[in-house]
Design a protein around this ligand. Structure first.
Ligand code: OGA
Ligand code: NI
Length: 342
């Protein structure tokens, strides 16, 4: 495997190899900043003893999911030190030699541990300026046996972030007018899939000619993201790209994903996003994708299939099938979702 990291470290690299050339649609307006307006959800209020505070934060969640698909979560209870350790261990993983990382190279889409480059290097025609590590951490916990201490940190992080996701999904079920435990029970979150992803975007000599990750939406229900303090994430809001600059310290950036769009029958649409590059420093992001159980059949909640919303209903499909379809192909915006539309 030819990692971007080793390519970027080669001396005298002034231009990107042509396989990395990615042309942005020239009719697109440049990305703008909107940082201050990104909704913030105070997680602690979801379990507040005060019903008024609870219903207020549920309403905020509703707006965040409906109008943005993207929000930051504070007071989530995951210790700052743990978040720091996760970034630290992830850096250590990529700092290992190519030789050491080789044993984790990906063999298939549902491989529990996959170290790789680009998105799907077997299928990609254009390569993305990104190396990654993907680890399935739930329902079975996996972890590379290196670097030292990674396992303990990752196990704890997986547990703590699942609690956050459960709390958010209970709130979201409520804001959809469903029973608070609807998503948790129907999609069997207890055995839900959780994938830990580290994205490494080394400095790129021609950052405007390449891309870290092209526009896409995530599979799963909710994605949690933290990074090493370097910006680069953009989301698409009302057809325009917006920079998501460094989030509040100690917070999670959360985005709504494809299975939430399906179950809400499009009320909460998954948000398209992409990762851009810079020429100065390495950006590292740690992403946790949280989905239903692999054998859960995902379809819109029946109460949300109304007369007006019926035409947009989706074909019921096992999450596992969806996952294979999305991960086993090239990544093209939200086209994967279109394949399950009725
Ligand atoms: C992803 C993703 C964005 C980022 O891993 O699915 O969208 O900023 N990452 O790294
Ligand atoms: Ni993503």
């Amino acid at each position: 495997m030819n990692s971007v990291k080793s390519l970027a470290e080669s001396p005298d690299l002034l231009r990107i190899p042509s396989i990395y050339t990615y042309s942005v649609n020239s009719t697109e307006s440049p990305a703008s900043d909107l940082q201050n307006a990104i909704p913030t959800i105070d997680f602690a209020l979801l379990t507040s003893a005060d019903p008024d505070l609870r219903s207020q934060v549920i309403q905020e969640l509703d707006i965040a999911c409906k109008d943005w698909g993207f929000f930051q979560v504070i007071n989530h209870g995951v210790p700052e030190s743990l978040m720091g350790m996760v970034i630290e261990k992830s850096v250590e993983f990529f700092d290992m030699s190519d030789e050491e990382k080789k044993e984790f190279e990906e063999k298939g889409v549902l491989d529990p541990i996959r170290y790789g480059t680009s998105f799907n290097s077997q299928k990609d025609e254009i390569f993305y300026w990104r190396d990654f590590l993907k680890v399935i951490v739930h329902p079975e916990f996996n972890c590379p046996n290196k670097p030292l201490g990674f396992r303990e940190v990752l196990l704890e992080y997986s547990k703590r972030t699942r609690e956050v996701v459960k709390g958010l999904l209970n709130g979201i079920s409520t804001s959809l007018g469903l029973d608070p435990s609807y998503v948790e029970k129907t999609w069997k979150l207890e055995s839900g899939l959780q994938v830990f992803v580290v994205n490494l975007y080394p400095p790129c000599p021609q950052p405007e000619l390449a891309i870290g990750l092209p526009p896409h939406s995530d599979h799963g229900l909710l994605t949690l993201l933290i990074n090493n303090g370097v910006d680069g994430l953009q989301i698409k809001l009302k057809g325009k790209w917006v920079n998501v600059n460094n989030n509040l310290p100690n917070s999670f950036l959360v985005n709504t994903a494809d299975q939430l769009q399906i179950l809400s029958n499009r009320k909460y649409q998954s948000v398209e996003h992409r990762a851009t590059l810079n020429s100065a420093v390495t950006r590292l992001s740690v992403v946790v994708v949280n989905g239903p159980a692999l054998d859960a059949v995902v379809e819109p909640a029946h109460t949300l299939v109304t007369k007006e919303r019926c035409p947009s209903a989706y074909i019921p499909m096992k999450y596992e099938e969806y996952l294979k379809m999305q991960q086993g192909n090239r990544i093209v915006g939200k086209t994967c979702l279109d394949k399950v539309r009725l």
